[in-house]
Design a protein around this ligand. Structure first.
Ligand SMILES: NC(=O)C1=CN([C@@H]2O[C@H](COP(=O)(O)OP(=O)(O)OC[C@H]3O[C@@H](n4cnc5c(N)ncnc54)[C@H](OP(=O)(O)O)[C@@H]3O)[C@@H](O)[C@H]2O)C=CC1
Ligand SMILES: Nc1nc(=O)c2c([nH]1)NC[C@@H]1CN(c3ccc(C(=O)N[C@@H](CCC(=O)O)C(=O)O)cc3)C=[N+]21
Ligand SMILES: [Mg+2]
Length: 286
């Protein structure tokens, strides 16, 4: 069996390159009197969401995108949130709207996502955008899946005909990524908590995407020698350290390419969010 020392899929580096390109587009927009603006709504204290909000504020500032972060109490009613979304939909200075998920139990996620103007839906979660994506003609593309695709493209990793196994079927990651992979001619299998013999399945993958949310669930025995491994998970291990769903040290000896955590998919998610906001702002003047 071949021994690999996995090449790092450097999401941090690529995200900085994309940020540089976006900066130039923003400068041009501002010269035309348009200042790209993203509105973010955060309810509650989901740890992954906190990280996301902090890091995206930082990158937006660097690129010159305006952000308005709205932190609402956990007890906020669905009615109140719908009212805020309606105001943002009608605000011509706002180009992108993002509501952090998960939402507290009194608020219906589907109701909220459907209330966002699909043309301002930077997450690409609205049924209009999800439908377009699954039909192979996307408008807005969900940021994490889009970031993964950009990272694979940057490293010239071919997808056509490859066996892709995605573990996780959330609306944020697994489902839209499956659609994108199909659109790029991969052969896709999506696993979840009902999947039997999970590691037998993942061991057959040319490209494995782990989006489960369980610290270091996948180790050497779950990976085919030479596979490309994408670690989406953001977890804390027993020692409180930020770790993914992949046992990075062990899997680095067997994978051909591997995304680190941190510095892999996370920064790419943010870069794609910024790109989507700039795309929307440009469309508003065209
Ligand atoms: N880096 C980034 O940019 C991002 C990181 N994340 C992180 O990625 C992880 C996943 O996020 P998200 O998709 O929102 O999570 P969800 O909790 O919404 O979904 C988790 C998925 O994993 C499946 N699952 C749970 N346990 C197992 C198991 N033992 N075996 C197989 N499948 C299992 C679930 O199955 P079922 O459907 O049957 O319940 C579900 O489909 C989290 O750690 C999150 O923080 C998320 C978004 C962006
Ligand atoms: N509507 C909505 N859309 C989302 O896309 C969404 C969401 N809700 N809820 C929460 C999850 C989680 N998520 C992350 C994005 C970036 C990092 C990120 O920046 N990660 C850095 C962390 C670095 C650090 O600060 O330590 C990295 O991996 O390098 C993490 C997590 C988006 N999500
Ligand atoms: Mg969820």
């Amino acid at each position: 069996m071949a021994i690999f020392l996995a090449i790092k899929l450097d999401g941090k580096k690529l995200s900085q390159k994309i940020a540089g390109q976006l900066q130039q587009r923003v400068t041009k927009l501002k010269a035309r009197g348009v200042s790209p603006k993203l509105a973010v709504i955060l309810i509650g204290d989901d740890p992954a969401s906190q990280i996301y909000v902090r890091n995206k504020r930082r990158m937006a500032k660097k690129i010159g995108i305006e952000t308005s972060d709205l932190r609402l109490p956990v007890a906020t009613s669905e009615e109140k949130l719908l009212q805020i979304i309606a105001e943002l939909n009608n605000d011509v200075t706002v180009h992108g709207i993002l509501v952090q998920l998960p939402l507290p139990p009194q608020i219906n996620e589907e109701t909220i996502i459907q209330a966002i103007d699909p043309l301002k839906d930077v997450d690409g979660f609205h049924p209009f955008n999800m439908g377009k994506l699954f039909m192979g003609a996307p408008y807005a593309i969900p940021c994490t899946p889009n970031g993964i695709m950009q990272l694979l493209a940057e490293y010239r990793i071919p997808l056509a005909g490859k066996k892709v196994v995605i573990v996780g079927r959330s609306n944020i990651v697994g489902r839209p990524l499956a659609a994108l992979m199909i659109n790029h001619n991969a052969t896709v299998t999506v696993a979840h908590s009902y999947t039997k013999n999970l590691f037998e399945l993942t061991r057959r993958a040319d490209i494995l995407v782990a989006a489960v949310g369980k610290a270091e669930l996948f180790s050497q025995t779950a990976i085919k020698s030479g596979a490309v491994v994408i670690d989406v998970g953001i977890n804390r291990n027993a020692a409180g350290k930020l770790v993914g769903d992949i046992d990075q040290i062990k899997v680095a000896d067997i994978a051909s390419y591997l995304t680190p955590v941190p510095g892999g998919v996370g920064p790419m998610t943010i870069a794609m969010l910024m790109k989507q906001t700039v795309d929307f702002a440009e469309r508003s003047v065209k």
